[in-house]
Unconditional design. Structure first.
Length: 260
């Protein structure tokens, strides 16, 4: 693994690059419009029993905007489903949703907000361009707990800055703490990003969106896929981009109430 660093912030502003060796020239990637007509059939994680909740990207016109969709994982209290292990292979895999380049990695990041402090690691995958600007998928991997070691999460990141990856490549694994206070709050926060602007990650096939929305449905115990937050407001169904503004639409200059 290359040199990495600890970084602290009050809000999530995107991942910081640890190297300038990556080839992130926008012209190396397909125009984002190609994903509107040819959606990715590779989701961020496997759509299996490990996913128990989550929510879509809540746009600027949602009751409570949130610049990322979430995938929440099963309650691992006491190691019921996953052992208290430091082996990355023991945990759920996280995949590249398209061919691209790893342009940034963060192995340890303290998030301080009005809801308290939690911890994450993550990476950026450059995979498309728009008007000469590179678009990345931002993977913010949030186990929530402080492992007490700023290098602990490094082993759960399986790539380095500058790596060229293919769709379906394993990029990282999702550490699930045995801490009983976490419950199902372990999650991956993901969105698209162009410069400093966040875009709806509406890049997946209808089949994936249907499967994901069913996984996080109230029928399966889901509580978070409301536009006002947990249990509040309108159910967002399978709208990956729910009530997004023009600036959040990766495909065209229109606001959308439901961009799947």
């Amino acid at each position: 693994m290359g040199f990495r660093f600890k970084f602290f912030s009050i809000i999530f502003l995107g991942l910081m690059s640890c190297s300038d060796t990556s080839d992130s020239t926008a012209s190396n990637y397909p125009d984002i419009s190609s994903f509107n007509t040819n959606r990715s059939d590779q989701f961020i994680v496997e759509l299996n029993a490990n996913i128990v909740d989550g929510h879509m990207y809540r746009g600027e016109s949602a009751s409570t905007p949130h610049n990322g969709a979430h995938i929440n994982f099963i309650n691992n209290s006491g190691g019921t489903h996953f052992p208290n292990s430091t082996a990355p292979s023991d945990y759920p895999s996280i995949y590249a949703v398209a061919d691209g380049t790893i342009t940034a990695i963060q192995p340890y990041y303290e998030v301080i907000s009005s809801n308290g402090t939690h911890y994450r690691y993550g990476l950026s995958l450059a995979f498309a361009n728009q008007d000469g600007e590179t678009i990345t998928l931002e993977y913010s991997i949030e186990p929530m707990v402080d492992p007490g070691d700023s290098q602990f999460y490094e082993n759960f990141i399986l790539v380095d800055v500058g790596d060229q990856v293919k769709k379906g490549a394993k990029l990282a694994t999702m550490y699930l703490s045995t801490d009983s206070t976490i419950g199902t709050d372990h999650h991956i926060h993901f969105s698209l990003k162009k410069n400093n602007s966040f875009l709806s990650p509406s890049i997946f096939t209808p089949a994936i969106m249907t499967a994901f929305s069913q996984k996080i449905s109230t029928a399966n115990g889901g509580q978070h896929n409301y536009d006002g937050g947990k249990g509040t407001g309108n159910w967002m169904s399978d709208c990956m981009g729910y009530k997004i503004a023009i600036t959040e639409n990766p495909y065209q200059n229109t606001a959308e109430s439901c961009l799947k």
